[in-house]
Each structure stands twice: as structure tokens, then as C-alpha cells.
Design a protein. Structure first.
Length: 169
């Protein structure tokens, strides 16, 4: 398998079903902050696997080169080939490295080319400040608010929509 990205610290590759257990571990670190999962009634590893098989259309993971520990993932859960896809990025809590941004950018390039995309979309819950910050750092543009976009914890929540065009990467 060809590396999507490789530096002295992070390697990015396609995700395999074997990675699911470790991915669930990362999601679990965030607990109730993971609004996408809550809004889809995902509370256990089994729920997560079902969702993965039904809804995730493509996924990549980043690992620490030396230890092999899973550092995070990026996956598409809506895809219109030749047009756009919606992405989620999840990183191990508090893991920091200057290689994170270049690794994610390489992942975006991989998705753009593989699916011949015009744009990649990120929908981020209002109040999810770290995700909005990351989207801006990656070069996404804030397009507007999606009102009442997901039903989470008994209420319809607004989401921010960010997009990046192929030529902006
Ligand atoms: C988005 C993300 C990649 C940003 O990276 P980062 O800023 O380096 O993130 P950190 O790991 O340092 O987390 C920063 C803080 O934001 C908090 N945070 C993370 N996701 C959050 C969310 N959805 N809502 C509110 N706060 C959130 C973290 O708990 C952390 O607080 P802590 O220091 O008390 O643990 C990372 O926070 C993440 O993977 N979050 C969970 C998944 C997510 O929401 N993805 C975006 C969906 S599009």
C-alpha cells in the first residue's frame, strides 16, 4: 500500500476494518463532545461498526511512525463522486505535532484526486471551537450556518458549514 503521507513522525494510509477498534478508542476519549455520533445514536463499539459499514465511504488513518499508535482519522460520510464529499476529522485527544496539518492536507489531496472532487465540506457544530480553528488552519472557508441541522441531546442544533475547493489546496 502506498503511503498517502510520511514524515519522521506521522504516516497516513487507507483505513482498514482492523483499525476500527482503535478508532473507537479515540472517539471514546471525547465522550459526549462527539455530536455527530450522538446525533446518530452511536453509543457503543457495535453501533460504531454498523455506522461505519453503512455510511463511511472512504477513510484514512494517521499513525505514529515509531510506535504504530493510531493518532487519528479522516473519513468521508457523504460522497457525490465528481462533485463533493463531507469530511470528519478526529484526532487523539491532546496529541499535538507540527506534522498534523501537512498530514491532513495530504489526506485532503488524496480524497480530491481519488474521487475527482470539486470541493470538500465540513459541517461543525456551533461551539466546537477546536474544529472551526482546524478548518481555518487547513484553508477552509466559512460558508454560513446550517440551521437546525442535527438533533442532539433533545434539541435541534445549528452547524457551521466550511468548504475547501480543489484549487485552494
Ligand atoms: C477537532 C480536533 C481535530 C482539533 O484538534 P485540537 O485543537 O488539537 O484538539 P485537542 O485534542 O487539543 O482538543 C482541544 C480541546 O477541545 C475540546 N474539544 C474537542 N472536540 C470538541 C467538540 N466537539 N466540542 C467542544 N470541545 C471539543 C477537547 O476536549 C479539548 O479539550 P481538553 O483540552 O479539555 O481535552 C480535535 O479536537 C478532535 O479530534 N475533536 C473531536 C472530533 C471532532 O469534533 N471533529 C470535528 C468534526 S468535523
Amino acid at each position: 500500500m502506498t503511503d498517502i503521507f510520511k514524515s519522521s513522525t506521522i504516516g497516513v494510509n487507507e483505513a482498514t476494518p482492523k483499525d476500527l477498534k482503535e478508532l473507537w478508542g479515540i472517539i471514546d476519549e471525547y465522550g459526549k463532545l462527539m455530536s455527530f455520533f450522538l446525533s446518530n445514536n452511536i453509543y457503543s463499539y457495535d453501533d460504531f461498526c454498523d455506522m461505519w459499514n453503512e455510511r463511511i465511504v472512504d477513510a484514512i488513518i494517521g499513525r505514529d511512525i515509531k510506535t504504530g499508535i493510531l493518532l487519528g482519522c479522516g473519513y468521508l460520510h457523504q460522497l457525490l463522486p465528481g462533485h463533493y464529499a463531507t469530511i470528519n476529522v478526529i484526532k487523539r485527544r491532546r496529541y499535538q505535532s507540527p506534522e498534523i496539518i501537512p498530514a491532513i492536507l495530504a489526506g485532503l489531496k488524496y480524497f480530491f484526486e481519488k474521487h475527482d472532487l470539486v470541493k470538500i465540506v465540513a459541517t461543525i457544530r456551533e461551539g466546537n471551537v477546536p474544529s472551526s480553528k482546524l478548518a481555518k488552519e487547513l484553508g477552509f472557508t466559512f460558508d454560513g450556518i446550517l440551521r437546525h441541522h442535527m438533533f442532539i441531546d433533545g434539541k435541534w442544533r445549528d452547524f457551521k458549514i466550511y468548504t475547501i475547493l480543489r484549487e485552494e489546496l
